[in-house]
Design a protein around this ligand. Structure first.
Ligand SMILES: O=P(O)(O)OC[C@@H](O)[C@@H](O)c1c[nH]c2ccccc12
Length: 266
C-alpha cells in the first residue's frame, strides 16, 4: 500500500489530522534539506511535501520564491532531488509528496520520472500547473509506479470542477485556502470551511489545506475541519531567520514544528 494512503488511514482510525510541512529541495543547501526533513519528522510531521525549485513559479509567494532561489544557486536538478530522496529514504519511512511544476517532469519524460521517483521512494506527486484535463498521460502512468496524483482545488473552483478533481486525485486533495499565492498570513480565510463542505459532498478522500497557515492556533482551526494541515512559508521564515547559524537553525525549526504539531493534534 502507498505510504500516503496508509498514513491517512492510520490517522483516520485515530481520529487525528496530518501535519504536512513543505520544504524546498536544496534550501538552504542540498545537505541541509535532508537534515531538515528528518528534523521535521522528529518534530511530529506525518508527511513531507518536498518542492522542486523552479525559476518561473506561478503559485509561489515571496517566501517560497526566496527558498527556490537559494536552492537554485546550488544548481540542484530534479535528478539530484530524487537521489536526495533515495538517500533520505534509507533513514525514514515518512510519506513524501514531491511538488514540481510540469516543465522539469516533461523534460525528464513522464515515464522515466515516475520510474525514478518510485525507485527513490517518492509516494505522490503534486503538479500545480497541470490541470486534470491535461494530465491524462500522468494519470495513466503514475499509478503503475504506485505514485499518488494530488490535485489542487481553490476557493474559485466551481462544484463540477471540485468533483472532477476529487475523482482524479489520489492520496489526498490539496485545498488551497485562498485565491492567491503561498505565504504566511495573519488571518485564515473564511472561504475554507464552505470549500471543504462542498468538496466533502463529492468525496471521502482525505482533504489537506495549505496556503497561509502560519501559527499553531491556525493549525488547530484547520485541523478541526480538514484531514491534513500544510505549512510552508512559516517554516521557511524560521529557516531564513537562522540561516547563518546551523545549530540554532535546527533547534528553532524543531521547536516551531513541534508547536505546529501540537496545534494540529490538539
Ligand atoms: O507557504 P504556505 O502559504 O504555508 O503554503 C504551502 C505551500 O508553500 C506549498 O504547499 C507550496 C509551495 N509551492 C507551491 C505551489 C503550488 C501549490 C503549493 C505550493
Amino acid at each position: 500500500m502507498n505510504r500516503i494512503d496508509k498514513k491517512f488511514q492510520e490517522l483516520r482510525d485515530q481520529g487525528a489530522t496530518a501535519f504536512m510541512p513543505y520544504l524546498c529541495a536544496g534550501d538552504p543547501n542540498p545537505e541541509l534539506t535532508s537534515k531538515l526533513l528528518l528534523t521535521l519528522e522528529e518534530a511530529g510531521a506525518d508527511l513531507i511535501e518536498l518542492g522542486v525549485p523552479f525559476s518561473d513559479p506561478i503559485a509561489d509567494g515571496p517566501t517560497v520564491q526566496r527558498a527556490s532561489e537559494r536552492a537554485l544557486t546550488h544548481h540542484i536538478s530534479l535528478q539530484e532531488i530524487l537521489e536526495m530522496v533515495a538517500t533520505v529514504r534509507t533513514q525514514t519511512d515518512i510519506p513524501i509528496a514531491l511538488m514540481s511544476y510540469y516543465n522539469p517532469i516533461f523534460r525528464m519524460g513522464e515515464d522515466a520520472f515516475c520510474q525514478v521517483a518510485q525507485d527513490a521512494g517518492v509516494d505522490g506527486v503534486i503538479v500545480p500547473d497541470l490541470p486534470p484535463e491535461q494530465a491524462q498521460s500522468l494519470l495513466e502512468i503514475a499509478p503503475r509506479y504506485n505514485l499518488a496524483t494530488i490535485f489542487l482545488v481553490a476557493p474559485t473552483s466551481p462544484p463540477e470542477r471540485m468533483q472532477l478533481i476529487a475523482s482524479v486525485s489520489t492520496g489526498f486533495i490539496y485545498c488551497v485556502s485562498v485565491t492567491g499565492v503561498t505565504g504566511a498570513r495573519a488571518m485564515l480565510s473564511d472561504e475554507i470551511a464552505p470549500m471543504i463542505a462542498e468538496l466533502r459532498k463529492h468525496t471521502d478522500k482525505p482533504i489537506s489545506v495549505g496556503f497561509g497557515v502560519s501559527t499553531p492556533d491556525q493549525a488547530t482551526q484547520i485541523a478541526q475541519i480538514a484531514d491534513g494541515v500544510i505549512v510552508g512559508s512559516a517554516i521557511i521564515n524560521v529557516v531564513e531567520e537562522h540561516i547563518n547559524d546551523e545549530a540554532r537553525l535546527f533547534t528553532a525549526v524543531k521547536q516551531f514544528a513541534s508547536d505546529l504539531t501540537a496545534g494540529v493534534k490538539r
